[in-house]
Every structure is written in structure tokens, then in C-alpha cells.
Design a protein around this ligand. Structure first.
Ligand code: ASP
Length: 328
């Protein structure tokens, strides 16, 4: 007998999970006002992107929509809120993947796209390639007539002072350029991401980031790398990662979670926890969000917090930063 799809079995309830990064959070550093702003933005992102799923839209549309909304917020290190490079510019990375077809698209070091995640989707759908970088990615965004923006759109006093602090810290501390990956990582990162399952039981994942404050020499982290920052496969799950990218690259984190589900039969939660625990043991700070075709999800992290939330039927968004769950 042919096996029936999840949608045919009637289990296909759409669901969306998002994160706004794990690398920049400390309880002391977050004022009540800022905390409220983050939670509000997570809530509205969940509500808007869930509408796409409710109206029968695909998980791909929902993760792109969710990431676009967070890219448009100055709060998160992605799109508008991207951190500055050493040279006072922005170089953004993003990727997107569809679990039904294993099609994927990514951009690295893009400087002009208002919404790098949409540039990644255009690479996936309108080019024969998976990844474009630097000036080529900028040219492609122009060629595709994607919405572009000047540097002043991305600039803010907050990000500028973070860069100045980082430059000052670096000149005080010669070890910054040592090969030890845990040196001085705290506070330099941030990312946004989304994973979703739609009514048809198809999963998708997307991730977008400004990378690391004060980065140079064209540094690229895990976020635009398929298999490290993002992966999606209907037969296992969809994953978006956030954290100290060098570790996530070396441990192929997003694909590792999917592989544990696929080859070992672990649940999404078990697989995500195992991979995040492994990272903790080697000093890699961060987390992942993951979802499978039946709607099981995980939001595992080993950092002090992770901006995150999820939404399923009844339009009730759950959002949280540290441990406590806040429900609307
Ligand atoms: N993983 C991103 C990077 O290394 C940053 C983050 O997720 O916070 O560029």
C-alpha cells in the first residue's frame, strides 16, 4: 500500500517558529523597555507570517515573510539592524531552503539588498546557482530589481558605538586575532531565522544576519551556508541556527540535526538538544530552531537566552527571550 502524505492523513496543521538571535543577550544588558520592544516585534512577526500559512501559503513564503519582517526592524542584527564591519559598512548573509525539493539559495557579503533573504530566494528560484557573494550578489540584486538601500538606511548610533567599543577592545587585547574561537565572542553576533511547516506538510527554513561586529577580510559565518546555518528536508526537518558562526560551520550544525532525525530516528527535540550540547562542550555558543513535517518543534540553545517564539492554530503567539514563556 502506498504511504499517505501528512496532508492526506489530516495532520497538516501549519506552524511557524522564529528566532532573533542568541549571541547578544545578557539579562543585565536588557532594559525593560527594550525587552518589550523585542517581544512585541517577535509577536507581530509571528502573527503576520502565520497569516500567510493560514491563507494556504507555502512554508517557503512564511519563512521569507517572517525573516523580512525581522530584517526590517532595527532591533535585530539582520537587514536594517545589521552590525558594522571594521570599515564601517554592512555585509549581510542570508539563506533559504525548501524541504520538498531540497532547493536552496544563499547570498554572502551582500551590501545593498534591503531584504537579503529575498535575494537568497531569488538566487534559488531565478538562477541556476545556490550561492552568490560580494559584488556579484549586489549585481544580481540590482539585475533582479530587488529593493535596495544606501548605507544610511542600515546605520544607527547603537551599531556605531558597538563598532567603536569593539575596535577599542581589540586594540587593548592583542589576543583578539588568536585562533581561539571563544575569545571575545560575546555581544558581537545576532541573527534572525524562521522554520515552518505548511498545510501540505512541506517544511522550509530561512536565516539572515549582519554577521559579526567589526568583521573584516570578507568574513562569512554559518548563516548563508546550507548545512551549517540553514537546512530543510521534508524527510527529516527544517533548521535555522544562530550563534558563533565559526563553530556552526565546523560542526555543520543544521544538517547534523537533520541527519540525527533521518538516520537515527531521533525526535527533532532530541536531535537539536544533542547537537547544541555537543557545541556547548567545545565552547560554541548559540542555538537552533527546528520543525518537522508533523509540526514537532524545538528551540534549543546553550546561551543565556535566545529571542524566539512559535505559533500554531488559534493565532496565539508564544514569545520568550530567557526561560519564561510569555503568552499573548
Ligand atoms: N551565526 C551568525 C554568524 O556567525 C551570527 C549569529 O547567529 O548570531 O555570522
Amino acid at each position: 500500500m502506498m504511504s499517505r502524505t501528512i496532508a492526506e492523513r489530516g495532520e497538516g496543521r501549519p506552524k511557524l517558529v522564529i528566532h532573533g538571535g542568541a549571541g547578544t543577550i545578557s539579562r543585565e544588558g536588557l532594559t525593560g523597555e527594550l525587552e518589550t520592544q523585542y517581544l512585541e516585534t517577535l509577536r507581530s512577526t509571528l502573527l503576520h507570517a502565520f497569516e500567510i500559512l493560514e491563507k494556504g501559503g507555502s512554508s517557503l513564503d512564511a519563512v521569507e515573510g517572517a525573516v523580512r519582517e525581522m530584517e526590517d526592524s532595527p532591533l535585530f542584527n539582520a537587514g536594517r539592524g545589521s552590525v558594522f564591519t571594521h570599515d564601517g559598512k554592512v555585509e549581510m548573509d542570508a539563506s533559504i531552503m525548501e524541504g520538498r525539493t531540497l532547493k536552496a539559495g544563499a547570498v554572502a557579503g551582500i551590501t545593498i539588498a534591503r531584504n537579503p533573504v529575498s535575494a537568497a530566494r531569488a538566487v534559488m528560484e531565478k538562477s541556476p546557482h545556490v550561492m552568490l557573494c560580494g559584488v556579484g550578489a549586489d549585481d544580481f540584486a540590482r539585475h533582479m530589481k530587488l529593493e535596495t538601500a544606501e548605507l544610511n538606511y542600515f546605520s544607527s548610533d547603537r551599531r556605531w558605538s558597538e563598532l567603536q567599543e569593539e575596535i577599542a577592545r581589540e586594540s587593548d587585547d592583542e589576543s583578539t586575532w588568536s585562533t581561539s574561537l571563544s575569545e571575545g565572542s560575546r555581544g558581537k553576533f545576532g541573527t534572525v531565522g524562521a522554520v515552518a511547516v505548511d498545510r501540505a506538510g512541506n517544511v522550509a527554513a530561512a536565516t539572515s544576519t549582519g554577521g559579526m561586529t567589526n568583521k573584516r577580510y570578507g568574513r562569512v559565518g554559518d548563516s548563508p551556508i546550507i548545512g551549517a546555518g540553514t537546512y530543510a528536508d521534508n524527510s527529516s526537518c527544517a533548521v535555522s541556527a544562530t550563534g558563533h558562526g565559526e563553530y556552526f560551520l565546523r560542526y555543520a550544525v543544521a544538517h547534523d540535526v537533520c541527519a540525527l532525525v533521518s538516520y537515527k530516528g531521533l525526535t527533532v527535540e532530541q536531535a537539536a538538544q544533542l547537537v547544541i550540547e555537543k557545541l556547548r562542550n567545545v565552547g560554541g555558543e548559540g542555538g537552533v530552531i527546528a520543525i518537522d513535517a508533523a509540526g514537532h518543534h524545538s528551540m534549543a540553545f546553550n546561551s543565556e537566552g535566545m529571542y524566539r517564539g512559535w505559533i500554531v492554530a488559534e493565532r496565539k503567539p508564544y514569545v520568550m527571550i530567557f526561560d519564561a514563556v510569555k503568552k499573548e
